[in-house]
Design a protein around this ligand. Structure first.
Ligand code: KG4
Ligand code: ZN
Length: 346
């Protein structure tokens, strides 16, 4: 029997979850709306919001799980990577609880946890599996041999997939985070209307900066060209009118290009490694177009595909708790000298 309390505070979501014997029985997330008007996460405001949210979120997780601190066997927290001020709040809270309750402490890597969100449901992928991890800060193809044995096979050389969504949305005048909004408008648009370029990057790495530049020029030209052409530069009014009249088709075309960049590399990885269990993870795996195309790719190639439930795609403590469960089984604990780190290699 083991009961783990897990805390996630790496970016702008404060979350707490309870895992009992490998089952997530509660997962509470407090979203921080304070960043919307700034067009991105403001680190200082994120840390302050975590401080306000952390006690209520932990209380809610314990309450939903119908448990209390006396039943907790271990405390887990996100140690890296993330915004340092945000990580410090969760780390310090977890360390204080560990000290007060005299219970072991488990440090979790946020990206490893995104991958292991796929082990939360009863229908889990068998090992080895490949995971396309796509979030606001990362885009990776990970080969997972066992819960704690992972290798990054490829990653982005510039922007992450989530950034590609959010930066495109910003160019369209949509608020942050723009990914979910592009998803929403794309649902009623034509993905083949505009042909944004697919970069030719060797191996299993990704690049999204060229796509961002072509979208910038395309909008500057009010849709007349994908490349920079001085003679096509439109006025602000023309640009706004073009976006308003074609928003669904523009979003569908951008979304489709991001999806095809991601899935073509995942397909290549599956062919090269011969691994036929495929997963997706991270905030961008909440994208409905990606989920659909990913499942279709699996059917077409006779590969098994797995997608976490929505609440375990974007940042959440449930994924920290499941990772901590496997670390607890392996006896991987840390002592109270542990500090968070903003960047962390695997
Ligand atoms: O994993 P996550 O919650 O936080 C990080 O660790 O970065 O990912 C956040 C990213 C943001 O870029 C957000 O726009 C994107 O995930 N995202 C989406 C969708 N939901 C969240 N992107 C596209 N479609 C969505 N439905
Ligand atoms: Zn994340």
């Amino acid at each position: 029997m083991s009961v783990i309390l897990a805390i996630e505070s790496s970016c702008d979501e404060t979350s707490a979850a309870i895992c009992r014997d490998g089952k997530i029985i509660s997962n509470h997330i407090a979203n921080q709306t304070v960043h919307e008007k700034y067009g991105g996460v403001v680190p200082e405001l994120a840390s302050r919001a975590h401080l306000q949210n952390i006690v209520p979120v932990v209380d809610a997780a314990l309450k939903t799980a119908q448990t209390d601190l006396s039943e907790i066997d271990a405390i887990a927290f996100t140690q890296a990577p993330g915004l340092i001020g945000s990580l410090l709040v969760g780390t310090q809270f977890a360390k204080s609880l560990s000290l007060a309750l005299n219970k072991p402490l488990i440090a979790v890597h946020h990206m490893q946890a995104h991958v292991l969100a796929n082990l939360i449901p009863d229908d889990k992928p068998a090992f080895p599996f490949l995971c396309l991890t796509v979030s606001g800060g990362h885009t990776q193809i990970v080969l997972c041999q066992s819960p704690l044995q992972m290798k990054v096979l490829g990653e982005t050389i510039d922007d992450a997939a989530g950034e590609a969504f959010d930066k495109s949305a910003k160019l369209l005048g949509l608020p942050y985070p723009g990914g979910p909004l592009i998803d929403k408008y794309a649902a009623s648009g034509n993905p083949n209307k505009y042909q944004f370029p697919e970069p030719q990057i060797p191996g299993l790495n990704f690049s999204f900066s060229g796509l961002k530049t072509s979208i910038l020029y395309f909008l500057q030209n009010a849709g007349k060209s994908l490349a920079y052409k001085e003679e096509f530069i439109a006025s602000e009014e023309e640009k706004k009118k073009f976006i308003a009249e074609n928003l669904d088709d523009i979003c569908a075309s951008i979304q489709w290009r991001i999806i095809s960049i991601l899935l073509n590399k995942l397909k290549k990885a599956a062919k090269e490694t011969g691994v036929s269990n495929l997963c997706i993870a991270g905030g961008v795996s909440a994208n409905s177009g990606l989920r659909k195309a990913f499942a279709e790719m699996g059917i077409a190639n006779n590969w098994k595909t797995f997608i976490p439930a929505f609440q375990y795609c974007t940042d959440n403590a449930g994924m920290i708790a499941i990772t901590a469960y496997y670390k607890l089984l392996a006896g991987e604990f840390v002592d109270l000298n542990i500090s968070p780190t903003a960047r962390a290699e695997w």
